[in-house]
Design a protein around this ligand. Structure first.
Ligand SMILES: Nc1ncnc2c1ncn2[C@@H]1O[C@H](COP(=O)(O)OP(=O)(O)OP(=O)(O)O)[C@@H](O)[C@H]1O
Ligand SMILES: [Mg+2]
Length: 320
């Protein structure tokens, strides 16, 4: 990672709103061609950070650099960034062609070049041939694709996406996520993505920033965050996790890391429910006051009955 080019750097950035809310002492380097996702619950400050990057909010303190140059004094249109919001991105009174062409027309790009660019970007987002349509004639997912195409038309150095798929249903979201990943790797563009959906973050990102109340809890690759959560908060936010109190400590163990045995184990309990969920089985085991969720295979679950006394063994766990 050390020899990679830093595209965007946030240096000790603080943004306070008048009421005292906001984000504090944010430090982050994002490398060229990386997709970095800000992940966290509602109100933790994801959009605040993204808006300071795009120039829609002034910072209270600190600096933001792109290609080594400070951008905090530049208005949004002068920054080498482009931003896509959650919804309402397109101008409804304009055709798709006009929506896409708008930015280049302002830059006095010749019409022939604009036509070519519009065609190229529509193909990139799999929307060829819809130049004459109006936004309302497209589905939500199609509109967001156009919004992404429009941002890319401006050839930004860094693309900023604030929950661009959150208004879409689960299936379309998944498809959009794969398409975005493909477009990103084709163009090699740097992307800062915001979501509160941990699965979306895991699927899409090179690195994830897990946020909690205006601060960074952990920054790392998806596998790193899943396998080595730095705090109880991260452990509970990413994936499924059991928390078991033992000898005054909290043990965090993922359902797939619990095995059910008849001989000695880490804790004892009684089988409460057995649910077959396709290729795996969810078994809930009552251990004192806690219910421990275990994912096991059919071979194992077929030997279990509700009410049976069992031992649980933890293959891998974290102590907090
Ligand atoms: N314009 C504003 N004025 C005052 N406080 C604000 C303003 N915008 C956001 N906040 C506050 O700042 C904090 C962070 O808000 P932000 O919009 O960045 O959260 P978020 O992580 O994007 O949440 P969500 O997932 O709901 O979009 C919240 O406590 C919010 O209430
Ligand atoms: Mg937000």
């Amino acid at each position: 990672m050390a020899d990679r080019t830093v595209k965007l750097e946030i240096r000790d950035m603080t943004k306070h709103y008048d009421n005292g809310d906001g984000v504090e002492h944010i430090n982050l380097k994002i490398y060229e061609g990386e997709i970095v996702t800000m992940l966290g619950p509602s109100g933790c400050g994801k959009s605040t950070i993204l808006r300071t990057l795009g120039g829609f909010l002034d910072v209270s303190d600190g600096d933001i650099l792109i290609d080594g140059k400070s951008i905090i004094d530049l208005p949004p249109e002068k920054r080498p960034t482009a931003m896509v919001f959650q919804s309402y991105n397109l101008w409804t009174h304009m055709t798709i062609y006009e929506n896409l062409a708008f930015g280049l027309k302002l830059r006095k790009v010749p019409k022939a070049t604009i036509d070519e660019e519009v065609k190229k970007h529509l193909a990139l987002v799999s929307m060829s041939g819809c130049e004459k349509k109006y936004p309302t004639q497209l589905s939500g997912g199609q509109q967001q694709r156009i919004a992404i195409a429009r941002s890319l038309m401006l050839k930004p150095s860094v693309l900023l996406l604030d929950e661009p798929f959150s208004a879409l249903d689960a299936k379309i979201r998944q498809q959009m996520r794969e398409e975005l990943k493909k477009i990103q790797s084709e163009l090699g563009i740097t992307v800062v993505f915001v979501t509160h959906d941990q699965e979306e973050a895991m699927a899409l990102s090179h690195r994830i920033v897990v946020m909690n109340k205006g601060v960074f809890e952990q920054v790392g690759a998806p596998a790193e965050i899943y396998d080595e959560p730095a705090s109880k908060y991260v452990a509970s936010f990413i994936g499924e996790m059991n928390f078991v109190n033992k000898d005054g400590k909290t043990i965090a163990v993922r359902p797939e890391d619990v095995s059910i045995t008849q001989d000695i184990g880490d804790i004892n309990g009684t089988v409460r429910t057995i649910m077959i969920l396709g290729h795996y089985v969810e078994v809930n085991v009552q251990c004192g006051d806690t219910v421990v969720k275990c994912f096991v295979d059919r071979e194992q679950s077929d030997k279990l009955t509700v009410g049976q006394a069992v031992h649980l063994k933890f293959a891998k766990y974290h102590v907090f």
